[in-house]
Design a protein around this ligand. Structure first.
Ligand code: MLC
Ligand code: AMP
Length: 483
């Protein structure tokens, strides 16, 4: 749609409500109600007025660490409306981790859960200081700010990622990038206004927030919005839906649930998986159980979705071909490189990191290892960095090692990912103990400052860490020790 000069993706995401405000958008099984496109536009408008009231202006960063709710989505849309940069954070992060992001983003406002009570608050049930302020403004009849007049390259959201290096950086995603990616996905996945997505992903990552929601909203489709993933809820609601998007752990959990049957999956036209590698045994079990195939796609925070299989006839074991307007090549060391309007603008205030993320001829270096066949079909085989992906969450070994190294019982530690049936990979710490600690006296370190999903699931005691001639710890030796 052409909105004149305004490239704000807000206009596109809610366009379906312009002629038909009653068109259903979010069905909420937990609340037992349905919000229309008009309702969501109205709520985001009220939230935008609240953001303006507290003094937020275009370009400000709003850090948001709240539980999943349709109000969290209205807040994302409110940031678009006001030109405020939305910075979502994983709810599992500890206050110490959040403090790091607050400082890095040079944030003026934080919105947390009522339970955490840091900054402003937003609950899942209409509670919190943000809804209170909205109610108060509704009474006093304050002004509604105009929709921010965005340029295509303006940043809309900032998501923290470590890219291929260990240090977290805010990836600035633009209106153009998000719109290009959302439209390309709607096209490749053949999303129409008749589609109905079962949404069970968290909304603090690109997968749940952008990849799942945008193509559906751009087409005026409907979303059944679950507060969290559970196999029981998915099995109950899937028969009413046409699309399910998940990470591999969602599919392994579904397959471990006997009530997930062929019949439950029969009317779903598209199952997608990504954020982590899907294994062949899971593909096989899924096909045996449902007679359906999972459509794998490959994405990254900085790029959105890069490649996808087509629905209906996916090439199992591959992640498909490049999306429209996404260029794909395999560069030095078999590392996948990409180019196109989908990509991030830059890393927030890190020009060197931005420069290092691109080749001299302007391709973004993903850090994933892959091969391209003559038809342009991409197969991934690993990652150049030692990043661990557990249940679709990224874990940077260095961050965990630094905390372990501070423990008085530990002389040194090395953290790697071991294959795990449920999580894809699990965090394992190889530990050299100090002279006055034995395996018997060793107590699991507190690690209170780290989100629990980053905590090692296993400790392996070794007398020394394997090192190469340069003195670097040989992570591959430790990874292979699981076999
Ligand atoms: C939760 N736990 C995890 C974990 N999630 N441990 C390791 N890895 C994870 N991913 C742990 C908690 O710390 C806790 O441990 C215990 O499990 C129960 O917590 P929970 O919150 O109740 O877990 P649950 O709801 O079961 O969560 C599991 C999950 C969730 C698989 C539903 O992790 C999930 O939704 N993952 C999806 C992630 C995602 O959307 N990634 C997209 C990234 S974007 P304890 O010790 O406290 O009991 C991207 C780009 C792209 O990658 O291509 O899409
Ligand atoms: P993030 O930085 O959280 O966006 O995670 C992006 C990373 O997830 C990519 O660089 C890949 O390593 C991984 N990833 C995403 N989709 C897939 C997939 N289908 N198969 C394997 N790895 C994937």
């Amino acid at each position: 749609m052409n909105h004149g000069a305004n490239a704000n993706i807000y206009l596109d995401l809610l366009a379906a409500g312009n002629d038909d405000p009653d068109r259903p958008l979010f069905h909420r099984p937990e609340a037992g109600d349905t919000l229309s496109y008009g309702d969501v536009a109205h709520r985001s408008q009220a939230m935008a007025a609240a953001l303006a009231h507290i003094g937020m202006v275009p370009g400000d960063r709003l850090v948001v660490q709240v539980d999943k709710s349709t109000d969290a989505i209205a807040l994302w849309l409110a940031c678009l409306r006001t030109g405020v940069i939305f910075v979502p954070l994983n709810t599992a992060y500890t206050d110490a981790e959040v403090d790091h992001f607050l400082a890095d983003a040079e944030t003026t406002y934080l919105i947390s859960t009522p339970e955490r009570g840091r900054g402003l608050t937003l609950g899942t049930d209409g509670s919190g200081t943000v809804p209170d302020l909205i109610a108060q403004l509704a009474e006093t009849g304050g002004p509604t700010p105009p929709i921010y007049n965005a340029r295509p390259e303006d940043p809309a959201a900032m998501l923290f990622t470590s890219g291929t290096t260990g240090r977290s950086k805010g990836a600035l995603l633009t209106h153009r990038g998000l719109l290009t990616n959302g439209r390309a996905l709607a096209s490749v996945w053949e999303i129409t206004s008749d589609d109905h997505l079962l949404h069970s992903l968290p909304v603090f990552h690109v997968h749940g927030l952008f990849v799942a929601l945008h193509p559906l909203m751009l087409q005026g489709a409907k979303v059944t919005f679950l507060q969290r993933f559970s196999p029981e809820a998915v099995v109950e609601l899937l028969p009413h839906c046409s699309v399910l998007m998940g990470v591999p752990t969602h599919y392994t959990r579904l397959l471990d649930h006997d009530a997930f049957t062929r019949q439950v999956a029969a009317d779903v036209r598209l199952f997608t998986s990504g954020s982590a590698p899907m294994t062949m045994p899971v593909h096989r079990r899924f096909a045996e159980r449902t007679s359906r195939t999972i459509t794998e796609r490959y994405g990254m925070t900085e790029c959105g979705i890069i490649a996808s299989n087509a629905p209906g006839n996916p090439r199992v074991g591959t992640v498909g071909t490049a999306l429209p307007e996404m260029k794909l090549r395999v560069g030095d060391g078999s590392v996948v490189e990409v180019k196109g309007p989908h990509l991030l603008h830059s890393y927030w205030r890190r020009p060197e990191a931005t420069a290092a993320a691109f080749t001299d001829d302007g391709w973004f270096i993903t850090g994933d290892i892959g091969t391209l066949d003559p038809d342009g079909v991409l197969t991934l085989s690993g990652r150049a960095s030692d990043m661990i992906i557990s249940g679709g969450y990224n874990i940077y070994p260095k961050e965990v090692e630094q905390v372990l190294d501070r423990d008085p019982q530990i002389a040194e530690a090395a953290v790697v990912g071991w294959p795990d049936q449920e999580w894809g990979e699990q965090v394992v710490a190889f530990v050299v103990l100090n002279a006055d600690t034995t395996e018997e006296t060793f107590r699991q370190p507190e690690l209170a400052e780290l989100a629990r999903f980053k905590h090692p699931r296993q400790f392996v005691f070794v007398s020394e860490l394997p090192r190469n001639a340069m003195g670097k710890v040989q992570k591959s030796v430790l990874r292979n020790a699981s076999r």
